[in-house]
Write a protein that binds this ligand. Structure first.
Ligand code: CU
Length: 359
């Protein structure tokens, strides 16, 4: 009698639940998005996978929490003291012990398995990404070098200043000189080795092509422009101490480790594919010295045509103009300066107080 009442109640609850789901018109992905428990949405394919893992891990924890609390309360009520008689004593219940061991193990194994799958996806670096950029971190700013962009035929084309060579001496000081005669830097067709650039191991052994680049300054926030929906490979390089490339909206950060100033062979690499256009703030996430907190940058995710226009403008302006970033951004019809963060200012009156004095 009691069992059938429970069964009827359970059926009714399941029916009402599915009806509510049907009437609210929510898909599984809508539910997932609403059940983030405050976690940011993320703007890359990789971030989406991280968020989905987070959501369902949270849901699993909640369901388990409800089960555990339910069992606790059920025990409290069912086995509360009813008389002074000693209750029946039991021990060695193999079934209960086996379930209590196997169930948590299965839950942990499941969470571990899903975590490894997502981690592998986030860490995956493909052989032929759509865009490759080198991110150089140094105390206390960033330089972005655009190395290759895939053309319509799927071939990676190098993005260099034609006729210019990058000379890096043993102290790591970068010099540039005109080198029209060598043909180096004329991009298409010339191999990196022929130009003395990074060889197959990524080792820079001598003068190499001068890639399109922008660098942040005390007055200008460095901006990394990338196309939406394309895989972007980031090669991280540090010129001094450990920094960390962090874009909160990517739900991702990766340390930038110094392995000597000229070698890029062992530098960290990662890939992302942005799914939404927009401007996103980036920060250094590894304490690297006095102005660590000011080591900000901006990532701009734009349509492919805008990205191409930006690189074309950058190439036209040349590497010697310190204002090339803002000029190229303006030429590609984008705001010329960062909008998500601002350069360091030591003037304490530069910004309005957030709270009324004496308030
Ligand atoms: Cu730093």
């Amino acid at each position: 009698m009691r069992r059938s009442r429970w069964a009827r109640g359970g059926r009714k609850a399941a029916l009402l639940g599915s009806l509510a789901l049907l009437l609210s018109g929510c898909s599984a992905s809508d539910w997932e998005r609403n059940l983030r428990f405050g976690f940011p949405t993320g703007v890359t394919k990789q971030a989406t996978r991280i968020r989905v893992l987070w959501t369902w891990s949270g849901v699993t924890a909640l369901v388990l929490g409800v089960v555990v609390w339910g069992l606790i309360f059920w025990c409290c009520l069912r086995y509360r003291k009813k008389s002074d008689d000693l209750p029946r004593q039991t021990k060695y219940n193999f079934t209960v012990e086996a379930v209590c061991f196997a169930f948590p193990f299965l839950v942990i194994a499941g969470l571990f398995y899903r975590t490894v799958i997502v981690e592998d996806y986030v860490n995956k670096v493909t052989k032929n990404p759509d865009v490759t950029v080198q991110v150089d971190a140094f105390k206390w700013n960033w330089q972005f070098e655009y190395h290759t962009v895939k053309d319509a035929s799927g071939k990676a084309q190098r993005k260099v200043y034609p006729g210019r060579t990058n000379l890096t001496d043993s102290s790591g000081t970068v010099q540039t000189r005109k080198d029209a005669a060598s043909g180096c830097g004329s991009a298409v067709g010339a191999t990196a080795d022929a130009c003395g650039g990074p060889n197959a191991d990524g080792q820079t052994s001598g003068p190499g092509p001068l890639y399109l680049s922008t660098v942040g300054s005390q007055n200008e926030i460095p901006i990394l422009v990338v196309p939406v929906g394309k895989s972007v490979q980031v090669d991280e390089h540090s010129l001094d101490v450990i920094h960390s490339f962090w874009v909160p909206d990517f739900l991702f950060k990766r340390d930038v480790i110094p392995y000597g100033t000229t070698s890029t062979a062992r530098d960290n690499k990662f890939e992302f594919t942005a799914t939404t256009t927009g401007r996103f703030v980036g920060r250094c996430a590894e304490l690297c010295g006095t102005y660590h907190s000011q080591m900000n940058f901006e990532v701009r995710v734009v349509p492919m045509s805008t990205f191409t226009a930006y690189l074309t403008a950058l190439q036209k302006i040349g590497p010697d103009d310190p204002a090339r970033q803002s000029k190229a951004l303006a030429a590609a019809k984008m705001p010329a300066y960062a909008t998500t963060t601002y350069p360091l200012t030591t003037d304490r009156n530069a910004r309005a107080a957030s709270q009324k004095q004496g308030g």
